[in-house]
Design a protein around this ligand. Structure first.
Ligand SMILES: Nc1ncnc2c1ncn2[C@@H]1O[C@H](COP(=O)(O)OP(=O)(O)OP(=O)(O)O)[C@@H](O)[C@H]1O
Ligand SMILES: [Mg+2]
Ligand SMILES: [Zn+2]
Length: 574
């Protein structure tokens, strides 16, 4: 616990994660029962640890997992010195696994575990699965887990941890031994903070620790984080003022930083910051509310001469707000606030909260390409391109939008009616009408979305449900004969997330199964689509363009625009 002072910075609360039951602050009744369990060896198959965040659920799960496997437990505590304890601590013995259900919530993640449980643990007595944030599991995953809990393999122990037990199915609840973790008392937190300060040799005012304990509201992790922040900001002298400043500023600085990156449309930073929100166990909805509050302050700063009267902030803070506000304008903020409140609402119902949060924030980063003004620009650009193409002829062939034959007839007819009603149609409109039938080539075959859905399902079946969801939400599929499936993303960050996961084999295989022939998957940005065709694809990004390519690209580009305007889902280009 005291190692690592000279190493890379490790958050104080991690360094101070208790390694034995006896070091745990409070939670006495839980500690007593778990120690007795270790002593008697009467281990249940499933435990549920629930309660407020930062109160020791994961910590106790890890201690318990070692204790029941320890070769020489002391009074129910793991010795942390035998080969087994050391192996588990260093990660060399894999019989204790921690699974974060927030990011592995698919049925296949659970099936993978269940398959494993058919084998005996490698060296330890028990194979232990700690499933954190278990309320995030999908329904399918819960069902799979339930089956195992109903007929538990011997030698396997599940420890489920959650802050939201009410989200668990009753069937799961009824199979687990449940422990409710309490908030840590003010005194308990104070004592721990004092112990830490003494150990690392920093001076402190008692009121300061008291203040931090109050601020943390029962979550010991939060208290230690504020302490950490205060130490960093106050040159090792924890005064009440320093604690106050940094407990407030900890959050405020973070939120301002987030807002700044959002205004700068810096998606990469937004992803990193988002990650730390979830890693720190913060509530993303609360975070959004705070962010909205900040944007409202910016509105005031932007629109009122003497904002101090309305904001109750000190000069320094007002200066910072002014600086931030110089990056934006009233219209933009109004838009952001509106979208944030939608996102906040979506989060309430989301199972994949992290993905929804990240995708929502990234969309906000992309806002300037999706505002209405911009859309108008794009439409008029499209119109002039179409006019151009009509004038110079279309060279591309065999293109099929996703509409059924009937829908197509309907559409064409509707256009005809419009024409009749409109004696003097604007020239541009007419050109569009004439151009449209051309994309319905004789060879066009109606495409259903089945292949696409199959493809996505195959990815899910390969244990990558989050990738599947990412692709479904953020991209469109295109088929390029003979054997390319192109996934065109509207958002670079989302594409990068898929790339980073290095799942190309899985994608190829999923596509091959869906199409029943060998397929290659290629990821690109929607606006790169035009630069891509089967004949030019050599694995390299781009080649010299010929005139024909240009036409082909134009047509492709146009079509993707049309698809967007008309609401087609998938376009098949042969
Ligand atoms: N009861 C406790 N005794 C000692 N330290 C604690 C206790 N609870 C929390 N901590 C401190 O907070 C850190 C985080 O605790 P832990 O991960 O166990 O919380 P948790 O209940 O699992 O939270 P979450 O619900 O956010 O996952 C620990 O590393 C430790 O420093
Ligand atoms: Mg935890
Ligand atoms: Zn041991």
């Amino acid at each position: 616990m005291k190692e690592g002072k000279k190493m890379a910075y490790v958050a104080l609360y991690r360094k101070w994660r208790p390694l034995t039951f006896d070091e745990v602050v409070e939670q006495e009744s839980i500690v007593t029962i778990l120690k007795n369990t270790v002593k008697t060896g009467r281990i249940a198959h499933a435990y549920l640890f629930c309660g407020t965040r930062g109160t020791g659920k994961t910590t106790l799960a890890k201690i318990f997992a070692r204790a029941i496997n320890c070769l020489s437990p002391k009074e129910g505590n793991p010795c942390n010195e035998c080969d087994i304890c050391k192996g588990i601590l260093s990660g060399q013995i894999l019989d204790v696994s921690e699974i974060d259900a927030a990011s592995n919530n698919g049925v296949d993640n659970i099936r993978a575990i269940i398959d494993e449980t058919n084998y005996a643990p490698s060296i330890s007595k028990y194979r232990v699965y700690i499933i954190d944030e278990v309320h995030m599991l999908s329904t399918g995953a819960f069902n799979a887990l339930l089956k195992t809990l109903e007929e538990p393999p011997s030698g396997v122990v599940f420890i489920l941890a959650t802050t939201e037990p009410h989200k668990l199915p009753v069937t799961i609840l009824s199979r687990c031994q449940r422990y409710d973790f309490k908030r840590i008392s003010r005194q308990g937190i104070m004592a721990r903070l004092e112990e830490i300060c003494k150990d690392i040799g920093v001076k402190y005012e008692t009121q300061a620790l008291n203040f931090i304990a109050q601020k943390a509201d029962g979550a010991l992790r939060d208290a230690i984080s504020i302490l950490d922040q205060t130490i960093a900001a106050s040159q090792n002298n924890i005064t009440l003022k320093a604690a106050r400043d940094s407990s407030g500023s900890l959050d405020r600085m973070f939120i301002e930083q987030f807002a700044e990156k959002l205004l700068l449309q810096d998606g990469g930073s937004i992803l990193k910051l988002s990650d730390s929100i979830f890693a720190d166990g913060r509530d993303p909805s609360n975070f959004i509310s705070e962010l909205m509050r900040l944007f409202r302050s910016l509105l005031i700063v932007l629109n009122i001469d003497n904002p101090k009267e309305l904001l109750y902030e000190d000069d320094e803070e007002i200066e910072r707000l002014k600086k931030l506000s110089s990056l934006t304008n009233t219209k933009e903020i109004a838009y952001l606030v509106k979208e944030l409140s939608k996102l906040e609402n979506n989060l309430k119902w989301a199972v994949q909260r992290k993905i929804v949060f990240e995708a929502g924030m990234l969309n906000l980063c992309d806002r300037r390409t999706s505002t209405e003004d911009d859309m108008e620009d794009r439409i008029s650009l499209l119109e002039s391109k179409l006019a151009d193409l009509v004038a110079n002829g279309l060279k591309y062939t065999q293109v099929t939008p996703v509409v059924t034959a009937d829908e197509k007839v309907e559409k064409v007819e509707k256009k005809k009616e419009e024409k009749i009603e409109e004696p003097k149609p604007e020239p541009k409109k007419e050109e569009i009408d004439e151009a449209k039938p051309k994309k319905e080539s004789k060879n066009a075959k109606p495409i259903d979305t089945l292949d696409w859905n199959d493809f996505l399902q195959n990815i899910t079946d390969k244990n990558k449900s989050s990738i599947s969801a990412l692709i479904r939400v953020n991209s469109k599929g295109f088929v390029l004969e003979p054997n390319y499936l192109i996934i065109a993303f509207s958002n670079k960050m989302m594409m990068d997330m898929v790339v980073r996961n290095n799942v190309f084999d899985i994608l190829d295989e999923s596509a091959s199964i869906a199409f029943g022939k060998p397929m290659k998957v290629k990821l690109l940005m929607e606006d790169e689509l035009e630069a891509f065709s089967a004949s030019t694809y050599t694995g390299e990004k781009e080649q010299e363009k010929t005139e024909e390519d240009d036409d082909f690209e134009n047509a492709l580009n146009l079509l993707s625009q049309l698809a967007e305007d008309e609401g087609f889902e998938i376009v098949n280009i042969e």
